[in-house]
Each structure stands twice: as structure tokens, then as C-alpha cells.
Ligand binder design. Sequence first.
Ligand code: GLN
Length: 491
Amino acid sequence: MSLIACARAIATGAQTATAVTERALSRIVAAEPHLNAMVHVDSDGALAQAARVDAAMAAGGPLGPLAGVPLTIKDLIAVAGLPLTAGSKMLAGYVPARDASVIVRLRDAGAVILGKTSLDEFAMGSTNETAVTGPARNPWDLGRVPGGSSGGSAVAVAAGYGYGSLGTDTGGSVRLPAALCGLVGLKPTYGRVSRSGVVAYASSLDQVGPMATTVRDAARLLAVIAGPCGEDATSRLEAVADYEAACDLPARGLRVGVVRSWLEGLTTETHDAVLSTQRRLEAAGAVTVEVTLPHAHLAVPAYYLIAMSEASANLARYDGVRFGHRAALEPDDDLDTLYARSRAEGFGAEVKRRIIMGTWALSSGYYEAYYDRACRVRRLIHGDLEAALRQCDVILGPTAPSTAWPLGSHTHDPVAAYQMDIYTTVANLAGLPAMSVPVGLSAGGLPLAIQLMAGAFDEATLLRCAASVERDAPALPSAPIALARALSGGV
Ligand code: GLN
């Protein structure tokens, strides 16, 4: 059942919110030993919210667009009263007192929050393997990564822990796990969704985005969380369009840009997935135009320099004094030792690597050569996309170079892991909306996906094109076969 169908079943009285929530919670109990996607499950809070929705329904009261719909939340987003770890030992024991703005909006819409999902530590990663709680597993093949950093959110939705999730996307962290787990994942335009109450990784790139099983489900989630927010100075005033209505518009007349150079370096199946999507869009009446992004090959180095630089500044606040982990001190230890030891103990290896590289890139003497140059490359990439989007309405390409890869394949080669973000980081650098849409399964039974990008604040066109892709692509089985086998006791 889709999120929209679930909301309708509750609103029409065909199901109670309590029954739907109980089903989601028992799914978590059954599948978590195989998947490791949740860092905190709030059964009591979820059932209490479901009961409130059922009471409102009985009283004939107005129900919000997500009334009674169980969702999960990436553990980088503050939910009042629930632990917030950011996937790190550094934030152990931290419980925020306030909801993030996006959570306030979900609650106003009546959503049921099941709990918090696993992520790469401080959202730094593409595989979910740097999570302090250990990797979540891909429900389509338990020996493979779910993608990251919002890997727990992707696994939760793919495994039926509720009907959608919120992730964050700094360089692909919503789209990549969505692609690897057979879901729809949308990164909104920078400024479209409030970042208030979201742990900062790289503030000029971070956006919260929805993950769901259908395009229309993602549209509904986006409509709820999008819009101006007085608590985020980068939030923008542009009107929120009717995203669900956009899903009903035909692809006829859409100009779809194709980047020839983006078809190199893909596995055969991913390459064919992009080309067959292009053909199906043409058959639906879209016109394809060839566009070029001459600086896109520089996106990964520019992205990592900027992301690490901003991260080194953002993560300076974790000093052992104000939040989370504090090292045990000897009587003679001074304040610097408190900072150094707390940070040495609290942060994992990948986070330390990035803080060190980011600090170095910002340091005097290197700033011009690295950070400043990365910012100039960022502007060139932005210019490429603006030029391309004058010739077309959406750009079609891959989300990732391949389907999900085996756990542990990049552990000793961080740069190889960074390369997985080659197609996603451009949208973050340019601040543009982008989404990943599933387009069937590979011969090996793993989800295939394509990526779409559109102009700033044009999520409606993105969703319109995505809905057409979804209508015409081979459908995925309703549940991952590997997970079903594991749950029935098979191998
Ligand atoms: N994989 C990228 C990184 O490690 C993107 C992460 C993200 O979007 N949060 O920085």
C-alpha cells in the first residue's frame, strides 16, 4: 500500500491509525534483526499519536494530509524527547527539547513518527557503513549496502516500516540510498525546506528531502514540509506548488536534456536503464535534447572540498562541554585536554578525516588554492546547469554508477567511495532540485534507478516527469524478495 492509499484508508475509516501503526511496529520487530535500520523506536509515542488520530476521526474532526500515516525520520533531524545521535558516539545521550521545523509540519499534518533511522556518522558517507550502530543492510540483498548516508531511512521504507521517511541530502544522501533500495527520493531546491533543527553537515548544501515508494507519495510529503520558515535564514519565500497535481500532468511536450558524457562509466544495466527511460519518455511525447555540462567532472573534488570545509566549522561545536560525549578527566587536565580527548573519543575515523582535511583547506596559505578554487568550480557548474536548463525542462541521467555494491567494498578506499557521488553532487553544488526514480530490477534482482534534475523551485516539473517515468517503467515487486526469504527463515 502506498502512503497516499494508507492516508485514504484511515480518512475513510477503512483502517484505524492504531491498526496501521501496530502493523508497522510489528514489521520493525520482525525485520530489524536482519536489517539494523533503526537507532530508536518510539512505540509508545507512535501509538499515542495513532490514538489521537483515531479519536479525531471518531469525533468527525478535520484530518491532516498525513493523518495516522506512520513515518520514520533520519536521526540527523531533531524530534523532541527522542535521542538524537547523528549516527555518532559524539552525541550519545543528547535528547533535543524541540522538534525540527519539518517535524512540526509533519505533526500538524497528523503523521505518526515511528522512530529514528540509522545514518553514516554526521551524514558523511554513501553506504551507511560509518554509522556508530553498524551498517544497515539492503533489503534486496542483505550482503549489500543500502546506500547512504540516509541508508536507514531507505531500508525502513523498503522494508515496510511505515510509508515514507525524511532524509537529508548534502551530496546525494537522499537520492543514492533511494536508488539502491528501489525508492523515490527527492532533494528539494536549496531553501525550499527548512533546515531548522537539523544537525548541520555542510550548511550551503544540506536539504531535507522525502523518501517513499511512489512519486505521488514523495509529492505529498514534500508539500507538507516545503515552504518558508522564520527559523531558517536561508529558507525562501517562493510559493509551494500543488505537487500532487503535477504528478497527473502528461510528459507530452516536456524537453528532457540528456548528458552524453554521463553515459560513460556506468555498468551496462544502469546505462541501459537511462537509455530505456529516455525512449519511454520520448514515446510519452517528451522531446529529448542533448545538453553538455562541461565542468561536471569536477563536481566530486569541488563538493568534497566545500563539504569538508563547512563540516570542519560546523563540527567545532562538539567540544565535550555543550553536547553529548565528554571524556573522563584527571584532576590535572586542562580545558584543551577536555576538548581534544572528548573529540578524539567521540568522532569516528571518517569524520576525523574530514575535519582535518576541511581545516587544512581553510587554513591560511591553502585557502586560495583549495577552498576558493572549489567555490569557483561550484559557480562554473552552476553556470553549466543554468545554460543546460535554458534548453530543456529536466535533465535525465543516472543516480549512481551501478546498483548496490557489497558491504565493505570501499572500506579501505575512501576516494573510491567519494566517486559514487559523481552524478548527485552537481545538484547540491548548484542548489537545484533533483530526484531518483526506480526503473525496475537488474538481472541480479537489484533496483535500477535514474535521476532527474530541474530548475530552481521547479519541483513540480521534476515530479511531473518522474510520474511519467514511474508510469511507464517496469514495476518493482511489492516487497524485496531477499527480505521476505530471510523473514521466513530461509537464507
Ligand atoms: N556521500 C556524500 C558525503 O559523504 C553525501 C552525503 C550526504 O549527502 N549527506 O559527503
